[in-house]
Design a protein around this ligand. Structure first.
Ligand code: MN
Length: 759
């Protein structure tokens, strides 16, 4: 294999502090086959590779445990003895390269040893138990953590992938060195991906790298690993776009180098004059970052590539700001493009000053200014924190990582593999926006985040009660994506609660996590209340004596429930049929057992609480629920419909859905209102209006004047039109008609209606 020229364009020196990663290797057309490398020759070449590897590691880490390394190298060679890579090389080449990368990442001997053995448990007959006996618990833990989950009975590939990532994340939280082994493994696999002869597999590996590993590298601040993984994935996923971009970069290289040289001189001069000691570099752009900017901003190669970039490295934070002043004095700054990531570091600890200035010839120059330490963190991320220390506190670094802690927490709730992968990918999405609180605190959110995400980011309680948001002083719909630099103020109300549709408004995992948890708790409280009412009704009907009503024993015997709450919840949620529960109740009845009306109809799972406000003629005491399509209120003409299995549902007489049902004539029963004072009912209102500021406030004013309680609100904006939906609590038809009349008089309102369908 001969290393060919790197496809990315680093014509100008980059800061020397970074990792020395060799350029990606190009593929020779003809590959040596295992047959060409026969026994003794393979052994000789492996011996050479072994010595090279040990020398490579010792050179970087003179105090490493050579004896342990030698043992691990021999074990690796033996374990993979009869295996070959797609390139035709003996398999051991791969763990050897992984070990070298780990040495470059400043990892300790234990991690390098685990890197050597990382494929042993997955691909050979030697298991983790043997590794534990030979190399100890720490190495065994790391190897186990990076071993793929396979052959889990009938699980699908998606499930296996999801469970493998889940296991990796949980292990990472215990020991962050796990992810460094994964990065080294993936980097070498990507560098040698061209040997993979199956195109579909190549693309699948590249896609997974781009979706998961590159963003993970970004998450942990490993800038160099990230760009190399991205460029290599790009090459296999979009081969045509990749080739054309390489071609254009080469074509423009001279012109570009010349321009950078022409600005380096004046920049250095200005810094020297200001007495500032600084290193100044031109900064190459990576292929994938050029490509994705062209895509997202929908612009030409020249627009991106003509943006020149300088990096200035200094000794102290104070110097950073002094350099900023000197640059702004030399070339005039574009005011809107200044970012201070020193005062507000990114979540992966990246720190730097960013500014854009107008250079000679009116060309924009992006300038990054930072200290040596910040530069090291920008290139190496978490690896920069380790330094090379044997037995260092690397385990602790993982425990402090808040992102990792959160991921480990929320993944517990996501038992579904596909859902887990979807959240995981979204959580890794690298683009970030920065928005401000009214007090000037900066909050970092993923691209596409809404005011609701922002509310949850500040505090879960604020999120759960969020009713609206003002962005730069103007009310905005909750679903509108936020932009960087906006100032966001959250409006809250104690009566506000999450609803199912909130899940489609938020993008952050934190917000989703809290909304789901709230919905689940609410559902369970709902089921308990419903089940309890159903039981009471059954007891009452069967005239069961109260001392028998307090006895759980017959239900425990029949259903295995240990307390009433569980029984009620199961009944209310539909896990237990009312028929089955009713049968037990009948046993306790002093009356002659007769089949209850309810169990004959076979009511299982009412979706709404039982209501007492409607009388069903001729059927006596029945389970009633209001139809969710039309939400009748007292005063409305109503009809009852005996559903199959869910009691009587009550519709407004003019409900289209109700009319449809009348085809089934013998199921229609006459019903009449029987309302107690103080009872209220759900009604759904839809208001269409021209959007304007203060609209929402005027609408809610009407509700409070007529004494109607708003339970839920949703706002959808379409161009300059806004559709408001409210769920309100009313006494009767009169009250809702008065409310609607007043709403119609609010300026800019086009139409007010009671909704008759849709939830
Ligand atoms: Mn591997």
């Amino acid at each position: 294999m001969s290393p060919a020229a790197s496809p990315s364009p680093p014509p100008i020196p980059t800061p020397g502090a970074g990792l020395k990663l060799p350029p990606p290797i190009e593929v020779p057309d003809s590959l040596p086959s295992p047959e060409e490398m026969k026994g003794p020759e393979i052994e000789r070449s492996l011996d050479r590779a072994k010595e090279n590897l040990l020398a490579y590691i010792e050179e970087r880490h003179p105090d490493c445990d050579t004896a342990l390394l030698r043992k691990a190298v021999d074990f690796t060679v033996l374990a993979h003895k009869d295996q070959f890579r797609h390139s035709g090389m003996p398999y051991a080449e791969h763990p050897f390269e992984v070990a070298k990368l780990l040495a470059d990442f400043n990892m300790d001997t234990v991690t390098i040893v685990a890197g050597l053995l990382h494929d042993v448990a997955e691909d050979t007959l030697h298991g983790v138990t043997e590794i534990r006996e030979e190399f100890g618990e720490e190495v065994a833990f790391l190897v186990e953590a990076v071993t793929k989950i396979t052959a889990l009975g009938s699980r699908s590939r998606v499930e296996q992938q999801a469970e493998t990532f889940r296991k990796m994340l949980v292990s990472m939280a215990k020991d962050l060195r796990v992810i460094m082994i994964k990065f080294a493994d993936r980097l070498h696999n990507m560098r040698t991906l061209s040997y993979h002869r199956n195109e579909e597999k190549r693309r699948a590996i590249a896609a997974e790298t781009l979706e998961v590993y590159a963003p993970l590298a970004h998450r942990f601040g490993l800038g160099q690993v990230k760009w190399e993984l991205e460029d290599l994935s790009f090459k296999y996923l979009k081969p045509d776009a990749y080739k054309s971009l390489v071609h254009k970069v080469v074509e423009k290289r001279l012109e570009r180098e010349e321009y950078v040289r022409s600005i380096l001189g004046p920049a250095k001069e200005a810094l020297a004059k200001a007495g500032l000691e600084a290193q100044v570099f031109g900064r190459p752009k990576h292929l994938y970052s050029i490509y994705s900017k062209m895509q997202s901003r929908n612009c030409q190669f020249e627009d991106i590539y003509d943006l020149h970039a300088l990096r200035i490295i200094v000794k102290t934070v104070g110097d950073c700001y002094a350099v900023l002043g000197a640059m702004h004095a030399l070339w005039s700054p574009l005011q809107s493009r200044f970012k201070d990531y020193i005062a507000t570091p990114k979540s992966n600890h990246y720190q730097s000053l960013h500014t854009t200035v107008i250079g000679p010839g009116g060309k924009a120059i992006e300038v990054q200014i930072r200290t040596h330490e910040m530069d090291l963190v920008a290139e190496q991320g978490i690896a920069a924190h380790w330094g090379y220390k044997e037995g260092s506190s690397s385990r602790e670094i993982g425990k402090e990582n808040t992102w990792l802690k959160q991921v480990v927490e929320w993944q517990k709730d996501l038992t579904d593999s596909e859902e887990f992968m979807e959240y995981f990918r979204r959580d890794l999405a690298p683009s970030e926006i920065f928005v401000n609180t009214p007090k000037g605190q900066i909050i970092q959110l993923p691209q596409g985040a809404t005011a609701l995400d922002f509310a949850f980011a500040l505090h879960s309680e604020l999120g759960l009660h969020c009713v609206g948001a003002r962005v730069d002083g103007v009310m905005v719909p909750l679903h509108r994506p936020l932009q960087s630099n906006e100032r966001v103020e959250i409006l809250k109300s104690d009566s506000q609660h999450p609803s199912q549709d909130w899940l489609s408004i938020v993008v952050t995992t934190k917000a989703k996590h809290h909304i789901r948890r709230w919905l689940r708790t609410e559902e369970s409280a709902h089921s308990i209340q419903l089940g309890k009412e159903m039981m009471e009704r059954e007891f009452r009907q069967a005239r069961v004596a109260s001392e028998h009503q307090a006895d759980l024993a017959p239900f425990t015997a029949k259903f295995g429930v240990q307390n009433w709450e569980t029984l009620w919840e199961k009944l209310g949620h539909g896990e237990l049929s009312l028929g089955a529960v009713s049968a037990v109740v009948q046993e306790l009845s002093p009356m002659r057992p007769k089949p209850s009306m309810l169990s004959r109809i076979g009511i299982r799972r009412p979706s709404k609480p039982v209501v007492d406000s409607v009388l069903v003629s001729g059927l006596g005491n029945m389970l009633i629920r209001f139809a969710t399509c039309c939400h009748p209120v007292p005063g409305d003409r109503i009809i009852g419909y005996v559903t199959r299995g869910r009691g009587v549902s009550v519709h407004r007489a003019n409900c289209p859905e109700g009319l449809n049902l009348t085809r089934d004539k013998e199921r229609i029963v006459p019903v009449q209102w029987s309302v107690d004072a103080g009872q209220t009912f759900d009604a759904h209102l839809e208001i269409t209006a021209k959007d304007r500021s203060g609209l929402l406030r005027d609408l809610t004013d009407v509700f409070s004047k007529v004494g109607v309680n708003v339970e839920r609100a949703s706002i959808v904006t379409l161009r300059d039109q806004v559709r408001n939906r409210f769920r309100v609590q009313v006494r009767d038809l009169d009250q809702i008609e008065e409310t609607m009349e007043r709403l119609r008089k609010v300026p800019s309102v086009y139409a007010v209606s009671r909704r008759t369908s849709g939830a």
